[in-house]
Design a protein around this ligand. Structure first.
Ligand SMILES: [Zn+2]
Length: 271
């Protein structure tokens, strides 16, 4: 089929515009390449812990004012920990950084994806081990100091279906025992914090500890070393194993133990 020339030139213009935007970012000192949004939107379907307050958006005003111009404004409320969010170290480690105290430098850096989907497909209680990291290193080289480590369990494909994503759609304290999703083994959390000087860690489940955790040992090990965790990450399937940058900017709640997170990855430009 022959494309109409107007369509062809539209495509050309779009391509040129993208290239120009990329060049502009590069010249301004920003990373160039494809931007991947790792945040889910906040709405009534947003996944929260069974005991947490969910996201509510209320309308203050929406429509045409008496003066004849359009105006909209809303108010929202939610727990700190839900949807795509950050856990600040103080969430499980007294005296460690609150969300506003985490240095910005620690929230930006080179990222890697450790893909453990093959283990999690058959076992929703899978615990990510030191050997999963060693396997990654065998293929890609040692995890460098300052890396932001993203764990891909594959559970992102279930979001926001709470029954599949969390293991239960029930709410309340009684539902916590029914949580089933993969997480980071506490030995691996200790190994990472003691042997690899990483900036932060994140994954595509509701918690860095697996659903069946009672003592939240991975949270405690990481946070004692001031390593924050990003939870409920989107689109990890769109990232390569390495060769991208992460920028993670949470809401700056003074003294907060965590909060909503806008996180993006910028993949290295294809040659
Ligand atoms: Zn959290």
């Amino acid at each position: 089929m022959k494309w109409p020339s107007s369509l062809l030139s539209l495509g050309l213009i779009a391509g040129l515009a993208a290239g120009a935007a990329d060049a502009q970012r590069r010249s301004a000192g920003f990373p160039s390449g494809t931007i991947v949004d790792l945040s889910y939107p906040f709405d009534s379907a947003t996944v929260y812990w069974p005991t947490a307050e969910t996201f509510h958006l209320e309308k203050d005003f929406e429509g045409t004012t008496e003066q004849g111009y359009y105006y909209s404004a809303y108010r929202y409320s939610a727990a700190e920990h839900g949807g795509t969010h950050i856990d600040a170290p103080v969430h499980f480690a007294k005296g460690r950084n609150t969300v506003d105290e985490i240095p910005l430098e620690q929230l930006m850096g080179p990222g890697i994806v450790v893909d453990v989907t093959k283990h999690c497909d058959s076992n929703p209680d899978y615990l990510i081990t030191e050997s999963d990291f060693k396997d990654w290193e065998q293929r890609n080289g040692k995890i460098a100091a300052g890396t932001i480590v993203l764990l891909r369990t594959g559970f992102g494909k279930f979001y926001p279906d709470r029954k599949k994503y969390l293991g239960t759609e029930k709410r309340g304290a009684g539902a916590v025992a029914n949580l089933h999703f993969p997480g980071l083994h506490s030995d691996a959390a200790r190994w990472l914090s003691q042997n690899r000087n990483i900036k932060a860690i994140g994954l595509d489940t509701a918690s860095i500890d697996y659903g069946q955790s009672k003592l939240f040992e991975s949270h405690r090990a990481l946070f004692a070393s001031d390593i924050p965790a990003f939870e409920n990450l989107a689109n990890l399937d769109k990232l390569p194993a390495r060769g991208f940058s992460v920028i993670a900017l949470p809401m700056k709640i003074k003294g907060g133990s965590g909060g909503p997170l806008r996180i993006i990855a910028v993949t290295a430009k294809r040659k």
